[in-house]
Design a protein around this ligand. Sequence first.
Ligand code: NAI
Length: 291
Amino acid sequence: MGDIRYDDRVAVITGAGGGLGRSYALYLAARGAKIVVNDLGGSTDGQGNDSRAADAVVAQIRDLGGVAVANYDSVATAQGGERIIQTAIDTFGTVDIVINNAGILRDASLVKMSAESFDALIDVHLKGAFYVTQPAFRVMKEKGYGRVVYTASGAGLFGNFGQANYAAAKMGLVGLSSVTAIEGAKYNIKSNVITPIARTRLTEGVMGATGEMFAPEYIAPMVAYLVSESCEYTHEIFNVGAGRYSRIFVASAPGWNAPAGATPSVEDIRDQLSIITSTASYKIPANAVDA
Ligand code: NAI
């Protein structure tokens, strides 16, 4: 099998002015993709904006002989999402790849979390991914080709103290990706989720000395595979970090069936809980009907 390349492919990467997004931009550009480097350039909690973050990555790609253009719109509005995809169309004529990566943090325990902080996280992570993917999906559907990656998090799938807003947004992205995959299937649009763990400005405070193990460069090859033409996977979730690559899945266990024609009582439920909660066997449903 030959090398995987992205020649003539146009990739939109949100939040690519730093951290993981920047490493994806450099990786794909080095293999021939034309990149829209989107970044608002604000702080980790979403305040302010600065065009220098995206500009610096574009300059670095061009210095290495690659092709890239900057975009400074926020993903968190529908107009911003439209403009990000329009930048790809105006500059490079199309969009083949969307990597939804932009993100912020505003941690607080459930009782202390403000409605504003909750909304801000939903706006950037969840609505932002929708606002960018929807206009791209229209183009992809028309051309019969597309690759979409959404960035969730272990905190979203498994929970983490102080991250109600982040976890809710990240789990929402799993649903968004499932529907992108199902609706995209007949147009060769593949959609997958990653749950990364890496040392970036978002995590440097908590990782400390272990940080070196978590170089962002471990994440880029997995994302690069998922947005390649050779990717055969869709509707999947991949856990990626520190050199480990594994699958996460949402599964359904067979459970307990109440006797035909009888409505069980609350005591019946209590008495059958060991069977109801058993994961001795399970199935990964293809969609809600299958489930
Ligand atoms: P980062 O802070 O280095 O990168 C995020 C980028 O998104 C920043 O450059 C920021 O300016 C940009 N951004 C923020 N709001 C934006 C908006 N409204 N519009 C456009 N750009 C915006 O952090 P990192 O770690 O690279 O995060 C990338 C993604 O990975 C995020 O979605 C994060 O939640 C996710 N993630 C990261 C993990 C880690 O261990 N670093 C763990 C799990 C998930």
